[in-house]
Design a protein around this ligand. Structure first.
Ligand code: FAD
Ligand code: DLZ
Ligand code: SF4
Length: 511
């Protein structure tokens, strides 16, 4: 009897739980559907990447001799939702049951819960064991803890996975080499050239489809050269481990104009859609360390992001949903400025980060956190608008990972569920870690006045404005003491400059 196995666009792993016991008579369904391209209007590059990866994955399954039903969006009657695609396939193949792997978003989980009743068939929803920490283990770890801190979760994950462990002790004598991950990139160091993956005929067909159907979505498609097959994804991982990982350590937090990738892996979209496994990426880095090919501060930093942050935010998402996306502890309501969609702002750091996001559907972590995120926090932007923006613009964005990073990490909208203080910073941080300020009309050393870097007065205005909520935070004691020492005139001037700047932010355009 036939089993229908429905594989979603971010489940493109041969080892995904829904395919584990697949038999030659079973039907594997993959579907390009309108609802998924439209629940937010994703960056063109994200849709193209995912459709191309889905089509190539389907072909790999066919090559293995498996039966695949692939629904494309350019058919005469495309399926408009996961549920519609599944119902049509059930009618055609009359399976005895349906098997799926749990999804990455609450929205889709709700949909899946309704399928058994809608289809009148057993629907087995299997755990997504590509993640290294399952829901029950995260719950057991979080149970009873007052504050959820990534660092302690991460140590547990190191012990459980055995990465960079020497028996019970961390290799190198410490758990975390974060202190060695914050160097400015010296001018003489050039990031290594990357391999590119020019589109084959199938990918070109997808690019044509996307420019035809989603021409009015945000972002550019030109020069698309990202891996879309398992084989190319593995080549990219090899390249990263050999050529970029050795210097990933010190320059993780650095930014340079015109160098969007630096020593970052650029692997997140490949891991999130399933072409690469988190475990295999960490294993490769761990091996490089043990072979003496990459230093501890690089390998530890990389593994921390994956078994630490990545698993941790996924745990937070499922623990806090539903309702996590509506949190707004700081009462922020300002609409998203239009320049988030155009990149047209005089603030050079923002213009660069948004421009790269538009071109590549990518910005690295410090751009997302300390440039864009910092601005959203200081300007008091509405958390729902900010979440939507981050979900639209990045090729690796799915709610399970985007939402905690936005709600918890950049906006402090959950009141400090896992961040001990807001990641607020003045222009000095950006100046220290980048060359953006050298090309900006604003002066990062000026604190007030029309030429002053807006981050400088927005920082103090943010603390002032949110004093009621944030003053009690021990980690903010020092900045509040500094604020309290300022004269009344200076505080008024800060408030005035901030008001003037914020009131002039253009908003209301569509994207
Ligand atoms: P690298 O710097 O090479 O890091 C290695 C890997 O670690 C990444 O590929 C990723 O899998 C993982 N990782 C690193 N930081 C995080 C983190 N904070 N949370 C989860 N995984 C992490 N990442 C996404 O995958 N999807 C998102 O939608 C997303 N939204 C973000 C929104 C905000 C506001 C912020 C601050 C961060 C967000 N991140 C998101 C995390 C991080 O910025 C990206 O994973 C990273 O920039 C991807 O680039 P990379 O592969 O070159 O990462
Ligand atoms: C993001 C996305 C897009 C744009 N399109 C599709 C699609 O057409 N078909 C599909 O199976 N998946 C797509 N995805 C990924 C889904 O949105 C993702 O599987 C859910 O959000 C659950 O994480
Ligand atoms: Fe950004 Fe301020 Fe530097 Fe300009 S001066 S690039 S606004 S930090």
């Amino acid at each position: 009897m036939t089993v229908l196995r429905f594989v979603l666009g971010d489940q493109l792993s041969r080892s995904v739980s829904s395919l584990r016991d697949v038999a030659p008579d079973d039907v594997i369904l993959l579907a390009e559907v309108g609802e998924e391209t439209g629940y937010v209007r994703h960056h063109k590059r994200k849709i193209a990447f995912l459709f191309a990866a889905m089509r190539h994955f389907a072909e790999d399954l066919r090559q293995e001799g498996l039966r695949v039903e692939y629904r494309t969006l350019d058919e005469d009657a495309p399926a408009d939702s996961f549920t519609a695609a599944l119902m049509e396939a059930v009618q055609r193949h009359r399976p005895e049951r349906v098997v799926v792997t749990e999804p990455g978003e609450w929205r889709v989980r709700q949909m899946m819960e309704g399928w058994e009743r809608a289809l009148g068939l057993p629907v087995e929803i299997r755990p997504d064991d590509r993640f290294l920490c399952d829901h029950a283990t995260f719950e057991a770890w979080a149970e009873g803890l007052k504050g959820l801190r990534m660092e302690y979760f991460y140590r547990e994950m190191r012990r459980r996975t055995g990465f960079l462990m020497d028996g019970e002790a961390p290799v190198g004598g410490r758990w975390n080499f974060d202190f060695a991950n914050r160097e400015r990139l010296p001018a003489e160091i050039e990031p290594p050239p990357r391999p590119d993956f020019p589109p084959d005929a199938e990918t070109q067909a997808v690019l044509d489809l996307v420019s035809r159907r989603f021409g009015n979505h945000f972002g550019d498609l030109d020069g698309f050269d990202y891996p879309v097959t398992r084989q190319d994804a593995l080549r990219y991982l090899d390249w990263f481990v050999e050529d970029a990982l050795p210097r990933f350590g010190p320059y993780q937090d650095a930014m340079r104009q015109g160098a969007p990738l630096l020593f970052h892996s650029h692997l997140s979209a490949l891991i999130n859609c399933g072409l690469l496994g988190p475990q295999e990426c960490c294993l490769r880095a761990d091996d490089a360390y043990h072979a003496g090919a990459a230093p501890i501060e690089a390998v530890e930093g990389f593994i921390r992001q994956i078994i630490g942050w990545r698993e941790f935010v996924r745990g937070i998402y499922w623990r806090e949903m539903p309702g996590y996306g509506e949190r707004n502890a700081l009462g922020a309501t300002r609409p998203l400025p239009d320049f988030f969609w155009t990149g047209e702002t005089e603030m050079n750091c923002l213009a660069q980060a948004i421009g790269e996001t538009k071109r590549n559907a990518y910005a690295h972590h410090i751009q997302r956190l300390m440039v864009l995120g910092n601005f959203c926090l200081l300007a008091g932007l509405d958390p729902t608008a900010v979440q939507e923006w981050y979900l639209v613009v990045y090729h690796d964005a799915y709610e399970w990972v985007e939402m905690p990073n936005v709600v918890g990490m950049i906006l402090f909208a959950d009141g400090g569920l896992f961040a001990s203080k807001p990641y607020a910073a003045s222009g000095n941080y950006i100046h220290k870690m980048s060359d953006y300020c050298e090309n900006c009309v604003f002066d990062v050393t000026r604190k007030l006045g029309p030429r002053a870097c807006p981050f400088n007065y927005l920082y103090w205005d943010f603390l002032d404005r949110n004093g009621k909520t944030l003053r009690g935070n021990q980690r903010l004691r020092q900045p509040y003491q500094t604020l309290d020492r300022m004269s009344g005139e200076r505080r008024t001037a800060i408030r005035d400059d901030a008001r003037r700047f914020l009131d002039r932010l253009p908003s209301g355009g569509d994207y």
